[in-house]
Ligand binder design. Structure first.
Ligand code: NDP
Length: 456
């Protein structure tokens, strides 16, 4: 078939961040594009991820703000929190965003199908009973929460359900020690739920610099969260009154209203015909792609959470643009997986760019570590015991800054700028030459002078 014999130049399966971005860009480059989405436009990020999470996190932060206000002379009086109102306002905003995603696609000239698409062969998809041919197919079906395989886990909920809970629970167990677990635990705690965070590992945020996980656990405990590391579930039982009785392997039990499983996510690869067509999967269950996001079938591509590389919205957006540019433009768009900044919207926030102390030591040998742990100016009179952690990892030989890590207010806002510095190859000397903005928390990153630890 020649190009014009296909119904479309690109057929995208999945209307989340990666799929929508690739489709819009492809259409803007002149391609004839269609996209199928079976649930909601915007995918995880817009509907049950980044956006509702951040809105709820803002709400939870008011807890600290209201409490801290007294030290600044404010007598706030009695306060009440209305979960239903928050969820209704959040839903209204999400509906608005769904509409914006639809408008973006239609104004770019992308044809959308509201339905589940399956791949029939290298150039054919079926959606709503209709066979559609395309020169290229893009799989951007994202991922979904993984349950841990504990007896009685059906009595728990996952992040998708969290954002639609009818009531705010009085007491919740949050299971897991990764991004979602610490973010949802912080939201619940801020909104007034008694929270027990149960993590099987010895420290939170595995994969990040070890100091971050340790420091965050302490900060979360200070805010009243019962953080239990090294604790495993045995089972969950549903009592007659709706209480969930959680049994742990150490013999302890807890009666709670809600159990939230935040025990990882996996790629959405089922019921799409991938096996029949011969699209290979990786050992961890993601769609296998090469450096150009091409699957084992040359006309089929995949981006975003479904490839199981780095499950972050901005990464999916970048991958989508790379594919669109490679297929329909001059291929000038590239993605670098080096120095991808990321933030965890726990309370306090965590943000990081570059590599951990451990990874730097293994790769570079001789490194310098600068670390600062302090109380921010605001909390000198707020009464809060919250502290800030900042850490720089520097290669001794080249003076290059290899990692910038932080726990503290608006850490993501601060680290975004440092990501540009690292991407530009900044050295510790550049940091030292930079004038601080006073009085800020961020200025500490340009005033750290004495390494705390030197390799031998
Ligand atoms: P993570 O991989 O971050 O964390 C999963 C957690 O679940 C880990 O602590 C893991 O423990 C634990 N776990 C896994 N299996 C089991 C089990 N069987 N029993 C008990 N505990 C278990 O996944 P998340 O689901 O939190 O987030 C997925 C991804 O989504 C993140 O990696 C991130 O890329 C993205 N994300 C980004 C956000 C942001 O940018 N702010 C927010 C939310 C998600 P262990 O450490 O021992 O393996």
């Amino acid at each position: 078939m020649t190009q014009q014999q296909y119904d479309f130049d690109l057929f995208t399966i999945g209307g989340g961040s990666g799929g929508v971005r690739a489709s819009r860009f492809a259409a803007q480059y002149g391609a004839r594009v269609a996209l199928a989405e079976k649930q909601y436009l915007g995918g995880t990020c817009v509907n049950v991820g980044c956006i509702p999470k951040k809105l709820l996190s803002y709400s939870a932060h008011y807890h600290d703000d209201l409490r801290d206000a007294a030290g600044f002379g404010w007598d706030i009086g009695d306060t009440r929190f209305d979960w239903k109102k928050l969820i209704a306002n959040k839903d209204e905003e999400i509906t608005r965003l769904n509409g914006i995603y639809g408008d973006l696609l239609s104004s770019a000239g992308v044809t959308t199908f509201d339905g589940h698409a399956t791949i029939e062969d290298a150039h054919t998809v079926r959606v709503n009973g209709q066979r559609i041919t395309a020169r290229y197919i893009l799989i951007a079906t994202g991922g979904r929460p993984t349950l841990p395989g504990v007896p009685g886990e059906e009595f728990g909920i996952v992040s998708d359900d969290f954002f639609h809970m009818k009531e705010l629970p009085d007491h919740a167990v949050v299971a897991g020690g990764g991004y979602i677990a610490v973010e949802l635990a912080a939201i619940l705690n801020g909104l007034g739920t008694k929270v027990t965070l149960v993590h099987r590992g010895s420290q939170l945020l595995r994969g990040m610099d070890a100091d971050l996980g340790k420091f965050l656990a302490e900060e979360m405990r200070k805010k009243g969260i019962d953080v239990r590391c090294g604790t495993k579930f045995r089972s969950i039982q549903l009592k007659d009154d709706g209480t969930r009785q959680v049994h742990f392997e150490n013999g302890e039990t807890l009666d709670v209203n809600t159990v939230v499983f935040a025990t990882g996510r996996h790629a959405n690869t089922e019921n799409m015909g991938l096996e029949q067509v011969g699209v290979k999967l990786t050992p961890t269950g993601g769609v296998e792609v090469d450096a150009d996001f091409r699957t084992s079938i040359p006309s089929i591509f995949a981006v975003g959470d479904v490839i199981n590389r780095i499950a972050l919205t901005p990464v999916a957006l970048a991958e989508g643009m790379v594919v669109a540019s490679a297929l329909f433009d001059n291929g000038s768009r590239k993605i670098s997986y080096e120095n991808i900044p990321t933030a965890v919207f726990s309370h306090p926030n965590v943000a990081t760019v570059g590599i951990t102390e451990e990874a730097a030591r293994a790769k570079y040998g001789q490194i310098k570590v600068f670390k600062s742990d302090f109380k921010a100016l605001k909390h000198t009179i707020s009464g809060s015991k919250e502290r800030v952690l900042m850490k720089l990892i520097v290669d001794e030989a080249s003076d290059r800054v290899l990692g910038v890590h932080m726990i503290g207010p608006d850490a993501g806002e601060i680290i975004q700028g440092f990501a540009i510095a690292l991407q530009s190859g900044a050295t510790k000397t550049h940091f030292d030459m930079t004038i601080g903005i006073h009085p800020t928390i961020a200025e500490e990153f340009v005033t750290m002078r004495t390494p705390i630890l030197q390799t031998v």
